[in-house]
Write a protein that binds this ligand. Structure first.
Ligand SMILES: [Fe+2]
Length: 358
């Protein structure tokens, strides 16, 4: 058998975790359809403000419920008016008083945090909103943040996760924004911190500021800059990057006078061939709307460069391959990332032994 993309990706998805389902700003009392882990979900905001997620298919004629209307905290099918409450139970069938026991759809736990709707696609009994990823600086008044886009990328979400465990590509892909050739030969380091957190980093000492920081910083000379890529399996990546004037002690931890940005990527696996990157940035300086917009424009340029490459790779991966992919030193983190996800999937799918119950 020719080697294919599927050999590289762990089969299936981690289900017992919180995934981003969309920006809070986009979920209103007009229902929307989202595909997550291959499943169609109707997302809507009830009239009291709470968000709900239901299986997007009426059990009567399979009409997508996202084509219907919000009624209080319930969703009314747009075809014959069957109405489902936030738990998925049918509460009304027009023209008949009897509601059969199987008149229900699946509902999914949801919660809002960091401007996003988060959804739990696994066992609802295990869903705890306190487990949703949190970046403390997001709510720190000394820092400021700006929401970006929901960038659709036609690739498997783990290939985007690859890209977000990979400081090395920045020196080649993002030369107009996030990188310079000065980093090309600097080795990358990586370490696991627990079962679901992988950190990959490198420092580039005494080199020119990257174009982004030439625009938004006041650096007159060389800088020491860092990239720490924090991957939280299976689909969150937060990149801590910044710069300080060379000689001010940043590598030793003195970062009093620096620019620091957390570029957050919250990935929705849509299906095996598509994902959505919800990105936002959090930075250690205040900014007006215009500065935030210009900063977002720079990130938008960079992330579209990633999109172009990842989609081209995905197309190539669909072709039969005659040999195993070449692996080089910088692949240590992506390989560990996939193993991490694979272990999480295996742990969820492992049969529960009688001994562990008793
Ligand atoms: Fe990139």
């Amino acid at each position: 058998m020719a080697a294919t993309e599927q050999e590289d990706h762990p089969a299936g998805y981690v289900r017992n975790t919180w995934y981003p389902a969309g920006w809070s700003r986009d979920v209103t009392d007009r229902p929307v359809q989202r595909q997550i882990l291959g499943e169609m979900v109707a997302l809507y905001r009830g009239e009291a403000g709470g968000v709900f997620a239901l299986e997007d298919s009426c059990p009567h004629r399979l009409t997508p419920l996202s084509m219907g209307r919000v009624r209080g905290s319930a969703l009314e099918c747009g075809y014959h008016g069957l109405t489902f409450n936030g738990t998925g139970q049918c509460v009304r069938i027009p023209g008949q008083p009897h509601i059969p026991g199987n008149a229900r759809v699946r509902s999914y736990p949801v919660a809002e945090k960091m401007g996003l709707i988060w959804i739990w696609m696994g066992d609802p009994a295990l869903a705890n909103p306190a487990d949703i990823y949190d970046l403390p600086q997001f709510s720190d008044p000394e820092w400021s943040s700006a929401e970006g886009d929901a960038l659709h990328i036609a690739c498997n979400y783990l290939n985007l996760a690859d890209n977000l465990c990979d400081p090395a590509h920045v020196s080649f892909v993002h030369l107009s924004t996030l990188g310079t050739p000065a980093g090309e030969d600097i080795p990358v380091q990586t370490e696991a911190r627990g079962d679901d957190h992988l950190v990959t980093w490198r420092w580039i000492i005494d080199s020119p500021a990257i174009p982004l920081f030439q625009k938004f910083g006041n650096f007159t000379g060389h800088v020491d800059r860092w990239h720490y890529y924090h991957y939280h399996a299976p689909s969150i990546a937060v990149i801590d990057f910044g710069s300080a004037a060379t000689g001010t002690g940043a590598p030793e931890g003195k970062r009093d006078d620096c620019i620091q940005i957390y570029a957050c990527h919250f990935i929705t696996p849509v299906d095996e061939d598509n994902c959505i990157d919800h990105w936002l940035h959090v930075k250690n300086f205040k900014a007006d709307d215009d500065t935030n917009r210009r900063l977002s424009d720079q990130f938008r340029i960079a992330f579209n460069e990633d999109k172009e490459i990842l989609e081209a790779i995905h197309r190539n991966e669909k072709e039969p391959r005659k040999q195993r992919p070449l692996r080089i030193a910088i692949d240590a983190a992506p390989i560990r990332m996939r193993r991490m996800v694979g272990r999480m999937i295996e742990a969820e799918q492992a049969p529960v032994s009688i001994a562990s119950i008793g």
